[in-house]
Design a protein around this ligand. Sequence first.
Ligand SMILES: NC(=O)c1ccc[n+]([C@@H]2O[C@H](COP(=O)([O-])OP(=O)(O)OC[C@H]3O[C@@H](n4cnc5c(N)ncnc54)[C@H](OP(=O)(O)O)[C@@H]3O)[C@@H](O)[C@H]2O)c1
Length: 323
Amino acid sequence: MQVVSCNSFGPVADLVVEDRPSQPVGGGQVRIGVTAAGVNFVDGLFVQGLYQIKPPLPFVPGGEVAGVITELGEGVTTHAVGQRVFASTGLGGFASEVVWPASRVMHTPDALTDGQAATFVQSYGTAWFALHHRARATAGESLLVLGAGGGVGLAAVDVGRAMGLHVIAAASSEAKRALATSYGAEAVIDTSSEDVKTRAKELSGGGVHLVYDPVGGALAEAGLRSLRDDGQLLVIGFAGGEIPKLPANQILLRNRRVTGVDWGGWVGGHQQENQQLLADVLAAIERGELHPVEPTVYALTNVASALQDQLDRKVTGKSVLVP
Ligand SMILES: NC(=O)c1ccc[n+]([C@@H]2O[C@H](COP(=O)([O-])OP(=O)(O)OC[C@H]3O[C@@H](n4cnc5c(N)ncnc54)[C@H](OP(=O)(O)O)[C@@H]3O)[C@@H](O)[C@H]2O)c1
């Protein structure tokens, strides 16, 4: 099997693609022949040693895969060889095959390509958890999505539109804004040239109900200042690299709220609830209400370019590695 190995924390260019013997399939496990491995922002952080969790070296990055079952371990009756499946692996996904517990391998619905199946769980899990569970958003509210052309941002545009929210998408490039518009954003803000607070207030008639922020830095404060009375800033992540320090007076004013969204952390202690969340997302996809983006494809051997492009804000939507 072919794997991407991180042998030391550092630049993504130091990743090594190597051949290794296949792992044996144990009882209750299945082997997945990987056809697409989803790339997430966090993968680049893992490799650089910049994530709060530092895996023991060497490790194989990659948190999401899709593919086909090629072998069943003893006792597995829920799956069959040849079935299309997807799984969240946390690590180990940047490989031509993955051995994983059958109980955590889901069937890929016909509505999804392998590329979509390998990229929707983290992005839609986060967006759904943020808007349904944390914000408890209701139809008719306004939602400003920052980083709206990226993975978790675009998913929030999609989930927000499906919930009946009025979505304003903020992004730095024309391509990202156009993609967000095609996902139902009613208005866009160019973060490279426009003042986000001023434009968001203009577009929403005085302030938005919700801001979804996966970027952080100065944009977070602009988002906070865009909120109307009782509005909520959803703290998703810090792709911009800077963890913002928000002025408390801007939270006090207009009775605003700042809400943490740690979907990844929540999943650990809420496996059953997360299964329900994913079932809800899948049901919405199958009803045609949600549309995970078709990702940009990179060869597995081109992993360094894929991760560097993500870190350099060059990926519009999502990307996958194909062995
Ligand atoms: N809270 C949770 O449970 C959870 C779950 C998943 C991910 N996350 C976090 O959410 C963040 C975004 O993840 P993602 O997968 O959506 O990433 P992504 O696809 O790379 O999108 C991030 C967006 O952030 C913007 N950005 C601004 N400054 C940037 C910079 N210096 N470097 C990179 N991007 C920059 C870019 O949009 P513009 O070019 O338009 O500025 C980019 O499209 C990450 O911090 C990730 O760790 C959180």
